[in-house]
Ligand binder design. Structure first.
Ligand code: GLY
Length: 347
């Protein structure tokens, strides 16, 4: 990223200032049905003349078909390479919009205005863009940092509680892999009772930015950010494919963090008391995911598809103590199944 994200009530005025200082040839705003209704009215007074495109909301629309809609809209309005695409939304809009901007005429100016906790602490930081393809999440995409990111925590008041919790899983993850004191600070936190998310977002974004700065293209330490996601993605993908059982990304990651902490404890990397603390923090905000013993093998098999693997080896991030992640730890499908069994039966 060219500049660190602007986080807090000064974010939207700072966006207006950027547009004044370096005006684009045309301004295009990409929103989804939710953010067009709930967030755009608050953003609009800060913007000069622009075009708005509203796409359908939800992960099901994070597709190349929606990209075609965006590229066609830019083309119809004669967007040139000095135009700017402003992505107003959660992770679907910022990932998909960033990808469209990176690829349209080989690159359009792009800024992010993430509106969910998940997008603010994770998706809109670090330059990953892309779309889902043939059932695989984020299968097609590029690394491309936006020109700037503006985070207004007041947007979070428009979110349903489940969506807020989903982002909170990534806050827990950042603390667990890199900041033991921050993790301790989360022990009393109740998602529904946080009066102002600004300090939590600032701290969590700072952790992610420091990791991404060391390894923007994920050949090393950025893999730490995969903690909870090997098992979490397997659960998310398996349940998504079963009608009526889909869970939010953060709910799956929360369960995945418990499973991967259990694997860490099994290897003697995490003390039993530390595992208990992870469970306490996760259980205080997330309901347990439901799956049956005879589903474990099929869920675990999904872990073989993780993008971070090499060949048939599953590469996982584990914890060596709270606040210290270690990446590229080889685990087997049987290990993943065992951790899911432990989550079901014991924890
Ligand atoms: N969400 C993980 C990463 O940005 O690397």
């Amino acid at each position: 990223m060219n500049n660190p994200p602007i986080i807090g009530p000064a974010a939207l005025p700072a966006l207006a200032e950027l547009l004044r200082q370096t005006p684009p040839s045309r301004l295009f705003v990409l929103a989804d049905a939710n953010t067009a209704r709930d967030c755009y009215p608050r953003l609009r007074p800060h913007l000069p003349a622009h075009e708005l495109l509203t796409i359908a909301a939800g992960e099901a629309h994070k597709t190349l078909a929606t990209c075609t809609e965006v590229w066609a809209w830019l083309t119809a309005h004669h967007a040139d390479r000095h135009a700017l695409l402003l992505c107003l939304g959660g992770g679907v809009v910022t990932d998909l919009g960033g990808f469209c901007a990176a690829t349209y005429k080989r690159g359009l100016r792009c800024v992010g205005v993430p509106t969910t906790l998940l997008a603010q602490v994770d998706a809109a930081v670090g330059g990953k863009t892309g779309v889902d393809f043939q059932g695989f999440k984020n299968h097609i995409g590029v690394f491309q940092e936006p020109e700037a990111v503006f985070m207004e925590p007041a947007f979070l008041a428009t979110l349903p509680p489940g969506e807020l919790r989903s982002g909170y899983a990534e806050v827990i993850k950042h603390a667990l892999i890199a900041d033991a004191a921050a993790f301790t600070g989360l022990r009393g936190l109740r998602v529904a009772a946080v009066p102002d998310w600004t300090p939590v977002i600032r701290h969590s974004v700072a952790i992610k930015e420091a990791i991404v700065a060391q390894d923007p293209h994920e050949s090393g330490p950025r893999k730490l950010l995969n903690f909870g996601h090997t098992v979490g993605h397997a659960l998310e993908s398996y349940l998504l494919a079963r009608p009526g059982r889909a869970v939010r990304h953060g709910e799956a990651v929360a369960a995945g963090m418990v499973c991967e902490s259990w694997l860490s404890a099994q290897r003697g990397l995490l003390a039993a008391a530390e595992l208990a603390q992870v469970e306490e923090v996760v259980n205080s905000s997330f309901e347990r995911l439901q799956f049956a013993e005879d589903e474990l093998a099929d869920i675990a098999a999904y872990a073989l598809h993780d993008k971070k693997n090499r060949g048939d080896e599953i590469k996982c991030t584990l914890l060596r103590g709270l606040g210290h992640g270690i990446f590229d730890q080889a685990v087997t499908v049987a290990d993943v199944a065992a951790s899911l069994r432990a989550y079901r039966n014991v924890m």
